[in-house]
Design a protein around this ligand. Structure first.
Ligand SMILES: *Cc1c(COP(=O)(O)O)cnc(C)c1O
Length: 224
């Protein structure tokens, strides 16, 4: 695809996000984070050139490499993957816009310690395992609200801004929908939360209709 074709292609993706959000309300604004984990820096630049600013990676080393290579561009970097404790300092060196996947109390405590030592604040989302899948990270829905409040109390350098979920792994739309609703219902109960990050290339319209205001789109944004 040349640049014009790519722009037309992306306009269509944006139109789909638009029509899903308008089903919720004209005031419901949805942000697109372009997940570049399967894409090169050159491909990121192509998307930047047609207007995209927020990008996400799921590995600290990839985030570091791409953020460094593209540091001249005014990009916003999101870290959407699981964070190992021994990678915390590497992540903080990049100072990402938002960390989407806080998934244990142990990690929260370690993150708090390192943030305090560096005198930094990190905007963060609590990951919720809304479909209770063995293969996924995150807190169980039953404990999420309690844990969220506990982290707010215990970890002043972690600025919790909401929740993140990956939709249920299923072909049944109702099961996926239920998983998004579970996360949205928790989101609504949270004190001062502003971000509900859910929806990927295969299910973003459903996620938005269930209340998501941040979608993480990988393959569809890079036409893979
Ligand atoms: C890879 C990934 C995405 C994007 O996936 P696509 O299906 O390519 O849109 C979103 N969120 C997380 C956490 C991911 O790891």
């Amino acid at each position: 695809m040349n640049e014009i074709e790519y722009k037309i292609y992306i306009d269509d993706v944006i139109r789909r996000v638009e029509s899903a959000r308008l089903k919720v309300s004209s005031y419901h604004i949805v942000k697109i984070v372009a997940v570049s984990k399967y894409s090169t820096s050159d491909e990121i630049v192509k998307l930047y050139n047609i207007g995209q600013r927020a990008f996400g990676e799921n590995k600290v080393q990839d985030l570091k490499a791409k953020a460094t290579e593209l540091e001249e561009l005014p990009l916003e970097w999101h870290f959407i993957g699981n964070l190992q404790k021994n990678k915390i300092n590497n992540l903080l060196d990049i100072n990402p816009t938002l960390f989407h996947a806080l998934d244990s109390l142990e990690l929260a405590r370690e993150l708090q310690k390192k943030l305090k030592a560096k005198d930094m604040i990190l905007d963060t989302l609590l990951q919720i395992n809304s479909a209770k899948e063995e293969s996924k990270h995150g807190f169980m829905p039953e404990v999420a609200l309690e844990i969220y409040k506990q982290i707010l109390q215990e970890c002043p350098n972690i600025n919790l801004k909401g929740v993140m979920s990956i939709g249920a792994h299923s072909d049944d739309k109702n099961i996926i929908k239920k998983s998004f609703e579970t996360t949205y219902n928790i989101y609504k109960e949270l004190p001062n939360a502003t971000v509900c990050s859910m929806g990927m290339s295969g299910d973003f319209e459903l996620a938005i209709e269930c209340g998501s205001n941040m979608v993480r789109l990988g393959s569809i944004m890079f036409n893979k």
